[in-house]
Ligand binder design. Structure first.
Ligand code: CMC
Length: 435
């Protein structure tokens, strides 16, 4: 028996076997149980993947106990302070920060890919005016597979990189078009002379004959800085539900645009990326500070499905480092773009009450990144139903990085979990069953 193994014994049969430990560069080791069924005749059951690593990855590291988040080794706080989103996207995709010429060519490639095929624009007409922008994101991102399929060789790294660049570049164009369709405004073409965030804001808000960028409110560096920052914070988060969805779909060899559309679907839920929109709805429902105790009681009531949105995280159990940064950014953004709506004050008061409450302390529930991100987006005049779309823009950098990493690994296997079957055993089909 070596130190670098774990022994598992099946008491039902008395059989036991040794399994090797797999070590990452840092972090908790994992028992490699790939041969468990063959050796001991059992599966493992891990509802919600509480203790299961699904892959090896060199992109992002999280230490949930200590509130550490690293992209390619760099702490999120340092990236948030010193980088732009485009630099971070390069880092995630390529493993290193870009040198000046690399960044220049990366930016130029993004610009060139930012247009969408004119035929794709027509797809939007199929959506009803009140379709949620996230439903358009799922549909239109998935539809890119109809444009980029036949010639795509997924075994060719250059083809893979091209697909990733297209998604990173086009996601802002599709996002802005989803918004403009929902309000019935004409689409605005991407401008090749603008940076990533400026271009997105321009496509979102400019009016015919009047570029958004010319309206002082939005060329404001505070707005662009805040957008860059939120995109950086949301860019990747290792094997979260949406990234795992992209990986699982990709493991079948499916078209990457369709796989990322699957990731967008997974992100939409309020337990994941939909939380930023849900936080604002919750704050609006609470309305005033005096109603906070009522909602705290609801959140603690096992018979009430209400949860404090923007609180809790599967991995972070002391604090979410992204929440600390968004909280600080709220002060900066609201100072520049003051809101009549006292949402931030309400959020601060709610946070204070929850953090002192025994239930939240005992269950280690702290504000997560999305407790404050919606307040910032609202101050930047991004409509609430676009909040999760903003998350999609940022997380596309992570999804395509994971897709490229996964597709470049030799010996890929289809992702195929097992189950504990709880239905009927085999039974005979009889005519009487239909009567
Ligand atoms: N309000 C009230 N109770 C909560 C909350 C909450 N927000 N979150 C967890 N709990 C309770 C939960 O009821 C459970 O209690 P018990 O042990 O008595 O059954 C316990 O805490 C553990 O919760 P869990 O659901 O088993 O934890 P999880 O790791 O499966 O879920 C979570 C994590 C983020 C889905 C959950 O905390 C949640 O639903 N939070 C609100 C939604 C939210 O803000 N999501 C955004 C996550 S950050 C952005 C992203 O990365 O997507």
């Amino acid at each position: 028996m070596t130190k670098d193994t774990a022994t598992i014994r099946n008491n039902a049969t008395g059989k036991e076997s040794e399994f090797s430990l797999q070590h990452g560069t840092v972090g908790t080791p994992a028992i490699d149980i790939g041969s468990l069924n063959k050796e001991l005749g059992v599966f493992t059951f891990d509802h919600g993947f509480m203790s299961t690593a699904s892959c090896k990855s060199a992109i992002t590291y999280i230490d949930g106990e200590n509130g550490v988040l690293l992209y390619r080794g760099y702490p999120i706080e340092q990236l948030a302070k010193n980088s732009t989103f485009v630099e971070v996207a390069y880092l995630l995709m390529n493993g290193e920060l870009p040198k000046a010429p690399e960044l220049a060519s990366f930016k130029s490639e993004i610009r060139q890919h930012s247009m969408i095929h004119e035929a794709l624009r027509v797809f939007f007409n199929g959506f009803h005016y009140d379709a949620h922008p996230m439903s358009m994101m799922v549909g239109v991102m998935g539809s890119l597979s109809a444009f980029y399929h036949g010639e795509l060789d997924m075994n060719d790294p250059e083809h893979r990189r091209n697909s990733a660049m297209r998604m990173l570049a086009k996601v802002t164009t599709i996002a802005a078009a989803s918004y403009r369709h929902s309000v019935g405004w004409p689409f605005i073409y991407p401008r090749l002379d603008l940076g990533y965030c400026e271009n997105f804001l321009n496509m979102m808000f400019s009016l015919p004959g009047q570029n958004y960028i010319d309206q002082s409110n939005y060329i404001d560096p505070v707005a662009v800085k805040a957008l860059n920052l939120l995109f950086i914070l949301h860019a990747d988060h290792e094997q979260n539900a949406s990234t795992s969805t992209v990986r699982l779909a990709s493991s079948t060899g499916a078209n990457p645009y369709a796989c990322v559309a699957a990731g967008i679907s997974a992100l939409w839920g309020p337990a994941h990326g939909g939380a930023n929109e849900a936080v604002l709805s919750m704050l609006a429902e609470i309305g005033t500070v005096d109603r906070i105790p009522e909602y705290i009681a609801k959140a603690k009531d096992k018979n009430d499905p209400f949860r404090l949105m923007g609180f809790g995280h599967r991995v972070y159990k002391n604090f979410d480092p992204r929440a600390t940064i968004t909280r600080d950014t709220c002060y900066e953004v609201l100072e520049k773009f003051p809101s009549e709506d006292p949402l931030f004050e309400l959020a601060l008061a709610l946070e204070e009450v929850a953090l002192k409450d025994e239930y939240f302390i005992e269950k280690k529930l702290y504000p997560n990144v999305d407790f404050y991100s919606g307040i910032i987006y609202k101050a930047l005049k991004i409509p609430e139903d676009m909040f999760t779309v903003m998350f999609v823009i940022a997380r596309t950098a992570g999804w395509v990085s994971h897709w490229m990493e996964m597709m470049s690994e030799p010996g890929q296997r289809i992702g195929r979990p097992r189950q504990i079957y709880t239905g009927y055993g085999a039974r005979d089909y009889t005519e009487a069953d239909k009567r």
